[in-house]
Design a protein around this ligand. Sequence first.
Ligand SMILES: [Zn+2]
Length: 302
Amino acid sequence: MNKVFCLFLLLFTSIAVNSKEIAITFDDAPLPDSNLYSGEQRTQKLITALKKLNVPDVFFFITTNNITNKTQKRVEAYAEAGFYLGNHSHQHLFPHQKGIETYLQGITEAHKQLSHFDNLVPFYRYPYLDEGKDKKTRDRIRQHLQELNYNNGYVTVDNFDWYMDALLQKALADGNKINYEALKSAYIDILWGSILFYDELAQKSIGRSPKHILLLHENDIAALFVGDLIEHIRMQGWKVISPKDAYEDPIAINVPDVLFNGQGRVAAIAKSKGWDEKYLRNQGSNKAYLDKYFDAKNVFEK
Ligand SMILES: [Zn+2]
């Protein structure tokens, strides 16, 4: 074989093997002002980063109790920028927290408050990815969603981005010096690790790499680094796709009969196939691990 042909073959093979796809979603929007950004600044930073990188689309899952006269404009800004809005309940409750009836009302209430948006998509993101502690509760919620013609806005890549943001907020509150380059590396490394973890789990338990859905939150750390994260994902040969496209994957209708849903759809399917739960949670979804990781990288100078 000549060298050029060899190179072509190698390139073609690597493209075929690396045809990985992932969509991006943001929960809990619109979150209030924080120690770093006002809500308006955060929204503008997120929109600017996503537009600059020509991200085809993202979903913002809205917790309607976070909508006030002041934050309403930010929800409108996401819709006007062409992004889609999903339902993340009204009060962000666990199903067991205030009883099932209150929980179901929260889904309906959020739907009512969002229904005037043309960009509302019928996807419900469970707060805490918690579908209930027993099958009766789980099935009641599923039935309610069906009655509202909603789909489950499941994720495939769970992670603790919210905890990384909490560490940032604490450092800001404590007046600690922040090494933003180290923080960026940590955010990208941890999230990329979680993507690879769930992709590998999918390949082992489902036999293929599905169209992934990454769970992020509408927080400061995303506003700071989501652009860098997307560039990193693309540099690894992955494609960032629309969540609408990702939810067309066959795993959207592969709903396993388990109560283990808190680590996302891939982990739930693996659990239904007999996998031990200890193999279904990524190390980055662990507060102690992240504390140590941030310390080792000197993200915050005390
Ligand atoms: Zn949430």
